[in-house]
Design a protein around this ligand. Sequence first.
Ligand code: BT5
Length: 260
Amino acid sequence: MKEKRSEVRGSYLSPRTADLSPPHKIWDILRFGEVTSTMDIARDSARQGCPGFTVCIAERQNAGRGRLSRSWLSSEGGLWLTIVLRPDIPHISGYKLNFAASLSLVVTLRRLFDIPAFVKWPNDILVNEKKIVGILSEMELNADRLAFVNIGIGINVNNDPSSEEPNASSIKKILGREISKEELLSEFLDVFEDRMTQGFDNVISEWKKYTLTIGRYVKVVTTREVSEGTAIDVDDDGALLLKLADGRVKRVIYGDCFEN
Ligand code: BT5
């Protein structure tokens, strides 16, 4: 990881001067104290033309958000970041970046801390069934190409949201000690960068090695419907395949997944 700047506030101010030579030197890091949401900062930066591989990180978010505008607790001690990516892939493949990010983070958490991190479809990371990471993505198109995909990642590191969110945990709570957010960030960006350079053909199959969802009986709630069944697979498009009570297999492309 190569740090480019610190304390840039609110906008992407200078042209890119990054050393693009591989490996592990591609990231532009923008750091902030308190922000509404790193998604806002990253979107503004992307619209102003920041390069891909820009990372916006805040110490605190006062309007951190999850999917469907749900709120995300973002007190000091967590790692709250959004990565701006400009991949040259069709927009229908943009979802693969979420899978690549959650896969890279699971690998990082296992490698650094030896903790049993798993992914829950679509992109939560759980340890001992408690959520320690949430991932949110936003994209904008230019014709049918991706102008940018912003991947927001919230990691409960040295914070502890469990009093407000009983189904949440943090790395500190799991390990019984504080850890270095910088070390975690650096390792994650290295792993993610490696993952990105490998292309996306195997992302879903690798991701499936770490998922808790397949094999479980689940309820998937979308804004339009609720489906229940046994999760039998995640297909190459990232959709969950549910075997319903009547034996049919239903494909669900997004939603919140709960166990009964
Ligand atoms: C997510 O949404 O899990 C995506 C969260 C993404 C957060 C990152 S932080 C950096 C970037 N900036 C942002 O503003 N967002 C991204 P979803 O699957 O909808 O889950 C949201 C639900 O998780 C909430 O409704 C709560 O129940 C729960 N929750 C809230 N804060 C939490 C936390 N810190 N840890 C675990 N669970 C939490």
